[in-house]
Design a protein around this ligand. Structure first.
Ligand SMILES: Cc1ncc(C[n+]2csc(CCOP(=O)(O)OP(=O)(O)O)c2C)c(N)n1
Length: 371
């Protein structure tokens, strides 16, 4: 089925998901990023709060879209802002169901997939699952039911199975930069040598994994933050503070950095001199389709400087990147490098073939991190 049943709503906010690609493309074609109708949020909790603001201003029901991995981020606003025991703010959630039991998926989605319906139930959000066989009539009937819940200030959800939503248009995302993310990671690996690297959620970690594989280097230097989007710089901070004799690299994404940007304030305040924080900024959530992030209009190095990073630069070609990497290494101070990247990835990009637990063991052994 198509996202047409959502045409009766006129405000959407959320974080993109590859499984909701049809909805994301529909919204981009319909509204682009006109903030009156559509705001791509920093994280899913942020989306729930923006939705609440829309409701307060208009009395109407907002739609929040998210991958189920973002459910954790909505727990707080759902329980302490939207819920009928607090402000009773109506909201429709559209949740992409990764890791549905019985459907093959990556390790980071398995447990989240198992608890998805349970979590919604715990949050008192009734959920209707949309699958490939679900008809428009069924969804419209459910929406009719939901309308009476909305009138009482309750929330409700559609949980979308893999391949259940379709949309004819295919939005094409591009920016003006030419260096690929993979090319940038290749340079970073050359500079980082034997240092530990913490990489962000999505294709950056997959590219890093494959580059190590191709270079026959093993994976012991890398901690791949396969889930937990937005937290790789905090993981790197925790390591840097407790391994003062090691230089730690964080390879972050712009969507991820913005998702939990408060981490930069904490890193800046602690200013570990052995941490280099790199944001590969393609101004997009490329790993899940390419919807824009807010990074196109944010001066990330200025944010880093304001937070207390000693060095903060922006580069957009390989020569500048190489120079920035060498200078950060030599500075012996907390450094931030923004790398402007193109949107895109190899079509034959694979996924890690070892498990997260194997990766953790290899990483800790290399780091000398104990049992
Ligand atoms: C909390 C949470 N929300 C959403 C996702 C789905 N997701 C995976 S990667 C990604 C995009 C990451 O964007 P960015 O950090 O800019 O990196 P890029 O993909 O552009 O390299 C998203 C939204 C997720 N994994 N976790």
């Amino acid at each position: 089925m198509t996202p047409d049943f959502l045409r009766e709503f006129d405000f959407f906010t959320g974080v993109p998901d590859s499984q909701l690609r049809a909805l994301c493309d529909f919204l981009m074609d319909e509204y682009g990023t006109d903030p009156v109708h559509h705001i791509i949020a920093a994280n899913e909790g942020n989306a729930a709060a923006i939705a609440a603001g829309y409701h307060l201003a208009t009395g109407k029901v907002p739609v929040v879209y998210l991958q189920n991995s973002g459910l954790g981020n909505i727990v707080n606003p759902a329980a302490s802002l939207l819920n009928e025991k607090v402000y009773a703010i109506a909201c429709l959630f559209i949740v992409g169901w990764r890791g549905e039991p019985g459907v093959h998926d990556e390790p980071q989605h398995i447990f989240q997939g198992e608890i998805t319906l349970r979590l919604l139930e715990d949050l008192d959000i009734p959920a209707f699952v949309i699958g490939r066989d679900t008809t428009d009539e069924q969804v419209r009937a459910k929406l009719e039911e939901y309308r009476s819940l909305f009138a009482e200030g309750k929330q409700a959800a559609f949980v979308v199975r893999k391949g259940a939503l379709e949309y004819e248009g295919r939005h094409v995302y591009a920016n003006a930069h030419s260096m690929t993310r993979e090319q940038a990671i290749r340079y970073i690996l050359r500079a980082s040598g034997d240092d530990p690297v913490v990489s962000t959620t999505g294709k950056a970690s997959r590219e890093l994994y494959e580059l190590r594989q191709a270079q026959g280097q093993g994976h012991g230097h890398d901690f791949l933050t396969v889930g937990s989007m937005g937290h790789s710089s905090s993981i790197a901070l925790g390591i840097a503070m407790h391994k003062r004799d090691r230089r730690v690299w964080c390879v972050d994404g712009d969507g991820a950095a913005i998702m939990h940007m408060g981490a930069m304030a904490v890193i800046g305040a602690e200013h570990p001199e052995n941490l280099i924080h790199i944001v590969l900024n393609n101004e997009a959530h490329e790993s899940v389709g390419g919807m824009p992030t807010s990074a196109g209009s944010v001066d990330l190095p200025a944010v880093a400087r304001a937070c207390g990073y000693a060095v903060a630069v922006s580069v957009s070609d390989p020569g500048e990147l190489d120079a920035a990497l060498e200078s950060a290494k030599g500075s012996g101070r907390l450094a931030f490098i923004e790398v402007k990247c193109a949107i895109g990835a190899r079509s034959d990009l694979g996924r890690p073939t070892s498990t997260p637990r194997e990766n953790k063991a290899a990483f800790m052994a290399e780091l000398g991190g104990g049992v």
